[in-house]
Design a protein around this ligand. Structure first.
Ligand code: ATP
Ligand code: MG
Length: 180
């Protein structure tokens, strides 16, 4: 069967979810691949704070084609300050949305946003609204466990990473270059 090339080249909505490792890694791999075509990519990290990561240093050598911005502070699991967590999540979303709508990016990744959606710190309607508004042709990648059903319905590509084994179960801690 011949392929239909008349379909307009609108951007894809991509979701990486599930309990297995590789969601953020897959999104980074896509930014790396796109950079090869001089496409520009942005990753806003909803959970990660300012702690050091290999991906942020590596992004420096891509001449502005890969930008990674940590906007998270980790949630206050112990203090259970939901109001603060919501504020941090909303600030991250507001920044990510504004940057994505600026039109300067071919691909945007909202890394771990599904966690914020899960805790209702961000409403799925905010994300769906953004997806409708965004520049035509812009690919959007949304990562994190427990992607909401409405997001899965809206997406064009959904992959669930399924945990078969993880070294943490044997007490092996996160490894440089593999996990951070
Ligand atoms: P990565 O950033 O390595 O691609 P991820 O985005 O799929 O992982 P997250 O849920 O964001 O997974 O978890 C981030 C960290 O938690 C990583 O260091 C990862 O190795 C670790 N991790 C992921 N899945 C598991 C698991 N099933 N058990 C224990 N640790 C995990
Ligand atoms: Mg991740």
């Amino acid at each position: 069967m011949s392929q239909d090339h008349s379909v307009s080249p609108s951007g894809l909505v991509i979701v990486y979810t599930g309990d297995g490792k590789g969601k953020t890694t897959a999104a980074l791999g896509m930014l790396f691949r796109a950079a090869g075509y001089r496409m520009s990519g942005l990753m806003v990290q909803f959970m990660k704070g300012r702690m050091h990561s290999g991906e942020r240093d590596a992004a420096q050598s891509f001449e502005g084609r890969i930008t990674i911005v940590p906007m998270g502070e980790g949630f206050t699991w112990e203090t259970k300050d939901a109001a603060r967590d919501r504020l941090v999540a909303q600030q991250a979303f507001s920044y990510a949305r504004k940057e994505a709508l600026s039109g300067g990016y071919d691909i945007v990744v909202f890394d771990e946003i599904n966690i914020a959606l899960r805790y209702n710190y961000i409403d799925v309607s905010q994300v769906l609204g953004f997806l409708d508004e965004r520049p035509k042709g812009q690919h959007v990648v949304l990562t994190g466990r427990n992607a909401p059903e409405l997001l899965i319905e809206r997406a064009d590509l959904v992959t669930e990473m399924k945990m078969i084994k993880h070294p943490f179960d044997k007490g092996i801690m996160a490894q440089k270059g593999v996990d951070f």
